[in-house]
Design a binder for this molecule. Structure first.
Ligand code: IMP
Ligand code: MG
Length: 188
C-alpha cells in the first residue's frame, strides 16, 4: 500500500543520473536525430506511459520539423520483472505511411515491448523505423536482441524509477533516475 505522506525521494537507494545529466544526454540525442533526419518527414512515436517524459523533452531538443504520437503497451503490471507478454493498449493516430519513424522508449530491458511495437508500426507502412531508448539495461541475455540506434545511458540490471519510469505507477515524476530500494517492492 502506498503511504501518501511518504517522501518518494526516501525510497531511492542511489541516484544514477541527475536531472542535469539527463538534460545533457537528451540534448545530444536530439542533435543527432536532427542531423540524421534533416529533410525527412520524421515522426516520433513514444510508448506510453514510461516514455512520456523523455518524449516531451526529446521533441523539444530536435530542431527539425517533426510530429509525434504515442502508442500504448504494457508488459509489467506492477511487478519488477517482465511478465513476458506485451499488451498493445493504444495504436497510433498520426498517419505513418511513407514517414520516417523513430520509436521512443524509456528503457530497453527484455526487448519484448520494442519488438511488439515495431511489428505493430510496420503495418502502417512507414518508410523506415529506428529505435531510441533513453536507458539500455545491461543483461547477459535478452528475449529479443534489437538494434537500438539511439540510446542514452547504459545501466546495470537493476530496477530503476524516475523520469517517466515507474514502480506500480509511482515515481514517474522524479526528475532524476534512481535505483529503487529493495524493501519498497519486497514488502508489496
Ligand atoms: P521490456 O519489454 O522487457 O524491454 O520492458 C520494457 C518496459 O518494461 C519498459 O517500457 C518499462 O515500462 C518497463 N521496465 C523495464 N525495466 C524497468 C525498470 O528498471 N524500471 C521501471 N520500468 C522498467
Ligand atoms: Mg512501466
Amino acid at each position: 500500500m502506498t503511504d501518501f505522506n511518504r517522501n518518494p525521494n526516501d525510497d531511492i537507494e542511489k541516484v544514477l543520473y541527475s536531472a542535469a545529466q539527463i538534460r545533457e544526454c537528451v540534448v545530444e540525442l536530439g542533435a543527432r536525430i536532427s542531423v540524421d533526419y534533416k529533410g525527412k518527414d520524421l515522426v516520433l512515436v513514444g510508448i506510453l506511459r514510461g516514455a512520456l517524459v523523455f518524449l516531451s523533452d526529446l521533441s523539444r531538443a530536435i530542431e527539425i520539423p517533426h510530429s509525434f504520437d504515442m502508442v500504448g503497451a504494457s508488459s509489467y503490471g506492477s511487478a519488477t520483472a517482465s511478465s513476458g507478454r506485451v499488451q498493445i493498449t493504444k495504436d497510433v493516430e498520426v498517419n505513418l505511411r511513407g514517414k520516417h519513424v523513430v520509436v521512443i522508449e524509456d528503457i530497453y530491458d527484455s526487448g519484448r515491448t520494442l519488438a511488439a511495437i515495431r511489428d505493430l508500426l510496420y503495418v502502417h507502412r512507414p518508410a523506415s523505423i529506428e529505435l531510441c531508448a533513453l536507458l539500455y539495461k545491461r543483461k547477459s541475455e535478452r528475449a529479443r536482441e534489437l538494434p537500438i540506434r539511439y540510446s542514452g545511458f547504459e545501466i546495470p540490471d537493476k530496477f530503476v524509477v524516475g523520469y517517466g519510469l515507474d514502480y506500480s505507477e509511482m515515481y514517474r515524476h522524479l526528475p532524476y533516475i534512481g535505483v529503487l530500494k529493495r524493501q519498497v517492492y519486497e514488502k508489496d
